[in-house]
Each structure stands twice: as C-alpha cells, then as structure tokens.
Design a protein. Structure first.
Length: 394
C-alpha cells in the first residue's frame, strides 16, 4: 500500500510534475489523526507538506523522491501546481460546485475531457487538471477560492493532494480516468480564473468590504495607513519570530483597517514595510498576505482604523484579530519545524543526514519559475486557512 504512493509519486515526476511528500492520516476515528504534531487537532490532516520550504524543494528528481518515501513510506503525495508542466487544477466541491460548473458549461460550452480525480471528500469533490497553453500568461492564474460557488483554482504556488493519497474520511483520492492526458485549459476558463470580477465576487461573498462611496477619500485612507506603518506599531516580520503573523497583521491593518484596495495596500507594504522585514517577502508572498487579509479574516471588521461604522461589539475586533493571527503563527511554526531534521529521529534515524542534505541541495537549485526566493523561510503561511470541511482555502 505504501509503495503505491511512492510508485505514483515517481510516475508523476516522470511526467514532469513536481512532487512533495505530505503528512498522512495516522489513525481514523471520529477525528482523523494527522502525522504532524497537531495530531487529531490538525485542520488540514493529511494535506500539508512534511518539508519546510516545500514550494522550493518540490521536485521531479526521482532519486530524491525515493529518499523521501523511504523516510516517510506512508506520506501522501502532493503535486505543486504551475511549473514547466503549467498545471492548474480546478477544484469542484460537492453539489454546489457541480451546479456552478453545469451553469458555466451551459454558457460557455462543456469543459474538455481531461485528467480528473475524486478527492474522497464527503459530498463528492473533484479535481480537474489543465495545462495553461503557452500563449496565455500562466502567472495571471492565481490560487483563488470560489471563482464560482464551490469552485476553487489551484495554480502556481498551490498544491493538490493526488491519488492514491488517503483523505481524512479514509477514502482514497482516485483518478477517474488515469489514461487521460492533461488537456489544455480552454480560454473561457482561463478568463474566468483570471478575471477581476471573479475576485470581486469572492470578496462580496465574504461580506462587508464597504463600497468606495461610503468610505473616506482614498488619499486619506492611504495617509492613515502610511502613518500606521511608520509609527512602529506594526511590527516587522522577523524570521523565526512569528514573521508570518506579523506580516498578516500588517496586511490586515491596510486591507481591513484602512479599507485600501489591494493594489494600494500592496504598494505600501512593498515600499514601507517589506524593507523592514528579515528576510523581505517576495512579491507573491505579500500578495498572498493581502489576499488572506481580504478573504479569510471574517471576524475582523472592515474600516476599524478609519471610523467606518463598526457593527461589532467593542473588543471583538481585536480579539478576533489576535486569535486569527495567533492561529496563523502557530501553524506556520509547526510546519516550519517539520523539517527532515526533526521528523527523522522518529522514523529512520540513520538516513537523516543523507535525506536532509539531498533536500537542502534541491532547495539551493534555482527555482523553476520566476519565484525569486521560493518562500523558503515560511512554509506555513498559506496552509492556515481551511473551510468547514477542512479543505484548504487559499
Ligand atoms: Zn497535520
């Protein structure tokens, strides 16, 4: 059973797909127990990488893959999207996702038949893999939650759990049509996955970004944000000191607190905040934090720094902010600690050194795409948000 996962990982690598070992389910009962140190409290049981800086080390190198699965024979198989294979996955969740897809297909024509897997999630989940054709800019496809109700996109920097991994429900991920090739993404789907409108809709489903005409002028808000950033009240992100949490907090101040549009928030973070961080964040990481601030911090009221009406009882906003930030920090730290060094003594002590150096070697190679720093310092930052089914939200 375990070697099936290795075999699959090797097969994927030979297809040019970047593989990464994921934590696995140790024990199934009322709550699935993850192999990470959170155990049955893990919010992404069996779905998150075992290796820090996974975006950077995900590999097509079969010998490294063999080492990994020798160390962790039960590891679930993760596939990093994007890369030379230009992979993008459309994640169709349950009844809602299927209904959305039916609507989209009625308007745009049916999606071409492509490699697809069932995810094992209760209610039925399906991943359909596509290849972004070279004439379209793959960088424009981002990891997005809900491009339509029940439909998410996993693109460069995102990962999927692949067959024959085992889902927390105990069901295996399974290819529906494993002989099928990965088909080219149709233009209409590309448009949908990259349209600002899709983004707008996502925001509105999470309620409450106040409309522009109900807000103070943008210049005032930006000024407020600038003052806040240089005031010393917004802590810079320092590696090893909950940097991920600090950076998210900064993004929340700008996006939620000052209601800045994402582009403006990004500019300010990049110019005023990032130079203070050790090490500085990549462009993509900052954008990711901004997205997190917009989409996932539902309890934090919009405009709490600029005196827009705050309907929440006093205190709640800051409590929620703190809670959210703490959960981000904790998860990030846990993941960061799950490097081969720390996991190894429990599994195969003798080979720890070889595995670690091989992994580190890979990490030193230049990243395959334009990902300039490879997210190496903080692997957990986007593994921290999950919907009620424990599915990862990006
Ligand atoms: Zn876990």
């Amino acid at each position: 059973m375990a070697s099936e996962r290795l075999d699959a990982a090797v097969l994927y690598a030979t297809r040019g797909w970047r593989v990464i070992p994921l934590h696995y389910i140790r024990h199934f009962s009322e709550f699935a127990t993850c192999s990470c140190r959170h155990g049955d409290a893990c919010k992404a049981a069996g779905k998150h990488p075992m290796i820090a800086s996974w975006r950077k080390v995900a590999t097509t190198d079969v010998s490294l893959i063999r080492l990994w699965w020798k160390a962790w024979p039960l590891a679930n198989v993760g596939l990093l999207m994007g890369g030379e294979a230009r992979l993008v996955t459309i994640d169709i969740d349950g009844e809602e996702g299927r209904a959305s897809l039916a609507k989209l297909e009625a308007t745009n024509g049916p999606l071409p038949v492509t490699l697809a897997q069932v995810t094992g999630r209760a209610g039925g989940g399906e991943h359909r893999l596509f290849r972004v054709p070279t004439h379209l800019e793959i960088d424009r496809v981002r990891n997005r939650v809900k491009i339509a109700p029940g439909i998410d996109v996993r693109a460069e920097g995102g990962l999927i759990v692949a067959a024959p991994s085992i889902h927390p429900t105990g069901t295996r991920y399974r290819w529906i049509n494993d002989k099928q090739r990965v088909c080219v993404m149709p233009d209409w789907l590309f448009k949908l996955a990259t349209s600002p409108k899709a983004r707008q809709e996502v925001i509105s489903t999470h309620g409450s970004r106040p409309p522009e005409d109900k807000l103070p002028p943008l210049s005032e808000r930006a000024q407020k944000a600038r003052e806040e950033l240089v005031s010393g009240r917004v802590a810079p992100a320092i590696q090893g000191q909950n940097g991920s949490r600090a950076c998210l907090h900064a993004a929340i101040v700008l996006i939620r607190g000052c209601c800045l549009p994402p582009e403006v928030a990004y500019d300010l973070l990049w110019k005023l905040y990032n130079p203070l961080c050790l090490p500085p964040w990549s462009e993509q990481e900052l954008m990711h934090k901004i997205e997190s601030a917009e989409l996932s911090v539902e309890d934090v009221s919009w405009g709490y720094m600029i005196h827009v009406d705050d309907p929440s009882p006093s205190g709640r906003v800051y409590d929620a902010l703190l809670r959210e930030a703490q959960s981000f920090g904790t998860d990030a730290q846990t993941l960061a600690s799950a490097t081969p060094q720390t996991v190894h003594p429990v599994s195969v002590a003798g080979e720890a050194e070889a595995l670690y150096s091989a992994t580190r070697e890979t990490a030193r190679r230049p990243p395959p795409l334009d990902d300039e720093d490879g997210y190496a310092d903080d692997p957990g930052d986007d593994l921290t948000r999950y919907d009620e089914d424990g599915e990862e939200i990006r």
